[in-house]
Ligand binder design. Structure first.
Ligand SMILES: NC(=O)c1ccc[n+]([C@@H]2O[C@H](COP(=O)([O-])OP(=O)(O)OC[C@H]3O[C@@H](n4cnc5c(N)ncnc54)[C@H](OP(=O)(O)O)[C@@H]3O)[C@@H](O)[C@H]2O)c1
Length: 313
């Protein structure tokens, strides 16, 4: 069996359990593609899984390769794959739950979670899209049904999901409130936020009234205080779990949680917007694959701007 370079986790723990080492190169099964990776983006779920916080809901085979976001070139396809062939440039949500994640030279993804890479961007930028942009799309459009002229509050507007959500909401024609710390206020304004709110000095509920949609990327107190900014019939979409089912009913609103699966349809929609210059992925930091530990530490701080990407080739 051929080997490859990869980052692996042999036991759950802090960032120091991430090991850059040789690992067996995976082979694609039925319906899967094997991608020769150029870049992998970092998401909070990567370190939540690494730390063992999700071992009940997402039990991992040990050792495993973390990472969901990959962009690269199709190396081989498994039986039954009809949309891709060797040599295609693709980006995809990797099959990380089975241990073949994106922090590696060769990565497995289901055909249904892959799409051709937008031609106008490189692999580093394309790797940021499968989790963050697809999540933002599904939350705002598939789940909340955001329409032109509506008002949306995006919490964590400077983050991975937030930076796409702001651009998607503006493209749709919505009015966008966005929370961020002082250091990111100008950044979120450049992304398109109409009314940036410094969450450290201003209570957002004193500014936002009658919102149609709240995108909650933060949870806790932020979620609790968000119900009151919604209009009757408004919707709060949370990415981090609902505190209380009762809150929605109490405020005449509804709540919804999303999952980021079934991505190739949404990837194709997002690609169209990127090719048309309507939205763009923002990469704040690029590190070599061997520095995955540092990349996860930065993301785990909770204050990283837009996306952190590991360059593989
Ligand atoms: N359910 C799903 O399918 C799904 C999918 C994707 C993500 N998620 C989850 O959604 C969350 C966000 O993901 P992400 O990739 O966007 O994370 P991220 O990129 O790490 O987000 C970091 C951003 O959050 C901002 N932030 C921190 N505390 C804040 C607060 N109290 N109020 C407003 N903004 C604050 C920071 O801005 P400042 O530095 O300016 O504070 C930073 O820019 C994570 O917990 C992730 O696991 C779930």
């Amino acid at each position: 069996m051929e080997n490859m370079k990869a980052v692996r986790v042999h036991s759950y723990g802090g960032p120091d359990v991430l090991r850059f080492e040789d690992a067996p190169r995976p082979t694609p099964a039925s319906g899967e593609v094997l991608i020769r990776a150029h870049a992998a983006a970092v998401n909070p779920i990567d370190w939540k899984i690494r730390a063992g916080y999700m071992k009940d809901s997402v039990p991992m085979p040990l050792p495993f390769i973390p990472g969901y976001d990959v962009s690269g070139v199709v190396e081989a396809v498994g039986p039954g794959v009809s949309h891709f062939k060797r040599g295609d440039e693709v980006h995809a949500r990797a099959d990380a739950v089975h241990g073949h994640g994106a922090y590696a030279q060769f990565v497995i993804a289901k055909e249904s979670e892959a799409a051709l890479k937008p031609k106008s961007i490189d692999h580093v930028h394309a790797a940021t899209i499968p989790v963050a942009a697809v999540t933002a799309w599904r939350a705002l459009f598939d789940t909340a049904g955001l329409k032109a002229g509506q008002k949306v509050l995006v919490h964590g507007a400077a983050g991975g999901v937030g930076s796409f959500a702001v651009q998607l909401a503006k493209w749709k024609g919505a009015y966008v409130y966005g929370t961020a710390s002082d250091s990111n206020l100008e950044f979120v304004q450049q992304l398109g936020v109409d009314r940036p709110i410094d969450y450290e000095t201003t209570r957002f509920e004193a500014v936002v009234r009658d919102a149609d949609v709240v995108l909650d990327t933060i949870g806790g107190e932020t979620q609790k205080r968000s119900w009151q900014v919604l209009k009757i019939g408004g919707v709060l979409v949370t990415l981090v779990g609902l505190n209380s089912e009762d809150e929605a009913t109490k405020h005449g609103a509804r709540s919804a949680a999303i999952s980021a699966q079934g991505g190739s349809r949404v990837l194709a929609e997002v690609s169209k917007l990127i090719e048309a210059g309507k939205i763009k992925p923002i990469v704040a930091t690029v590190l070599p694959l061997s520095e995955a530990r540092r990349a996860q530490e930065m993301n785990e701080s909770g204050h990283a701007r837009a996306k952190i990407v590991l360059k593989v080739a």
